[in-house]
Design a protein around this ligand. Structure first.
Ligand code: HEM
Length: 371
């Protein structure tokens, strides 16, 4: 019989295991994740370094908006302010999230070797005040189907396929265009057929992404006005603040379990809203650069330079965010590793759902939460 004192809570698996020091993840998980995070830290260093506002803004000869922007436009105060804004935004978003990810991995590493003894402090009453379990919208229980729980319908999955592919094409072609001085990038540019091909592919992919954005907004509007389906689950709530504090306390060993989530984890909400902010920035600035003869006479060369700066710097932030935050919370964290298929199949195994969205799982299935 297992001695009660030997029972440990393993938060890398989010379940109780029957003895101490039980390894819970594949042996190669931590070496792989450490290499990935170190590589990401190097990318982050390069991003931050390249975005330092002391770097001069450059216009390359192939830029369509080049003829509309003079050298005094480039050194104008509005361009400097834009550069500082994006530099601080990027550092403010990526540095703390990277630190939290690294701390989380260290915590999971410790848990996986030592196990976590029961009886550690739990539940700070003051945090509980921030929490209110939301009512499950009607018909939601239909999402439970056999061993699976349905999470995304076919429209959401199509939107994600299009976003994923158009973003990769835009990031590759855009960054190759924007950083031609890096020898590897210059080599890839020649392989792909030169700057004109990159621009054509970038323009086509941009319209695909814009169409996807319209599809997404139309889907939400149709859901809300016709199907009476509220998008409330994705909006920030006090519980998210509570969960962030809870996670930090868990990292320092003051909670024995990670938070129990409803329909979305706070990291997923940050992910969604980051894209919701980034898309209009990229679309507005990108369209102005695409048709400079139309927009430059209206807004002037100075603002064209601001648009180009914002487009470039938001592209760096978006790519860094996807590589670091989206990849970690989507695929690399212990419950998702090595690959999370839910966005492709639309459904999640019940056992996984319980780990990811414990509170909603209990509401959907009627099973009690683990205490
Ligand atoms: C969906 C809307 C988008 C539109 C309409 C758009 C449009 C454009 C256009 C027209 C240019 C060329 C400017 C020129 O050289 O004359 C450009 C450059 C660029 N794009 Fe986009 N783009 C979009 C999205 C993206 C995304 C999602 C990324 C990357 C994540 C990206 C990254 C870049 C970069 C890095 C450049 C080079 C900027 C520079 O010259 O320094 N773009 N974009």
């Amino acid at each position: 019989m297992v001695n009660k004192n030997d029972v440990i809570y393993d938060s890398t698996k989010m379940e109780y295991v029957g003895g101490p020091k039980k390894p819970s993840l594949p042996r190669f998980y931590f070496p792989i994740i450490i290499v990935i995070v170190l590589a990401e830290a190097v990318v982050l260093g390069l991003i931050i370094f390249d975005m330092l506002p002391i770097h001069a803004f450059q216009i390359y000869p192939w830029a369509q908006y080049g003829p509309y922007v003079s050298s005094s436009d480039i050194s104008n105060i509005a361009v400097t302010v834009t550069k500082w804004f994006f530099f601080l935004l990027t550092a403010g978003v990526l540095v703390p999230t990277t630190i939290i990810i690294i701390m989380e991995i260290v915590r999971k590493l410790i848990v996986s070797f030592r196990g976590e003894q029961q009886g550690w402090d739990d539940e700070f009453p003051i945090l509980e005040k921030l929490d209110k379990t939301p009512k499950l919208p009607k018909d939601e229980k239909k999402r439970v189907q056999g061993d699976y729980i349905i999470r995304f319908d076919i429209h959401q999955r199509i939107q994600h396929y299009i976003l994923l592919s158009s973003f990769i094409v835009l990031a590759v072609t855009g960054l190759l265009r924007g950083f031609p001085d890096w020898p590897t990038f210059a080599w890839f540019t020649s392989i792909f057929g030169g700057q004109d091909v990159l621009r054509l592919v970038h323009d086509v992919a941009a319209f695909v992404m814009i169409a996807d954005g319209v599809y997404h907004l139309g889907y939400i509007a149709y859901g809300y006005f016709v199907m009476h389906r509220s998008p409330a689950a994705i909006f920030p709530k006090w519980k998210d603040l509570k969960d962030i504090l809870h996670s930090v306390l868990w990292i320092f060993g003051m909670y024995k379990k990670e938070p129990e989530y409803d329909h979305f984890q706070y990291g997923q909400k940050i992910d969604y809203w980051a894209i919701f902010w980034g898309m209009p920035v990229m679309v507005i600035t990108g369209i102005m650069m695409m048709f400079p003869s139309l927009f430059a006479p209206l807004i002037g060369g100075n603002w064209m330079a601001v648009m180009a700066t914002a487009h470039r710097d938001e592209a760096i932030l978006a790519t860094g965010f996807i590589l670091i935050v989206h990849m970690y919370y989507g695929h690399l964290q212990t419950t998702a590793f090595p690959v999370n298929t839910v966005m492709f199949t639309g459904k999640m195994l019940k056992s996984k759902y319980k780990q990811w969205f414990g509170r909603e799982y209990s509401q959907l299935t009627g099973e009690k939460e683990d205490k």
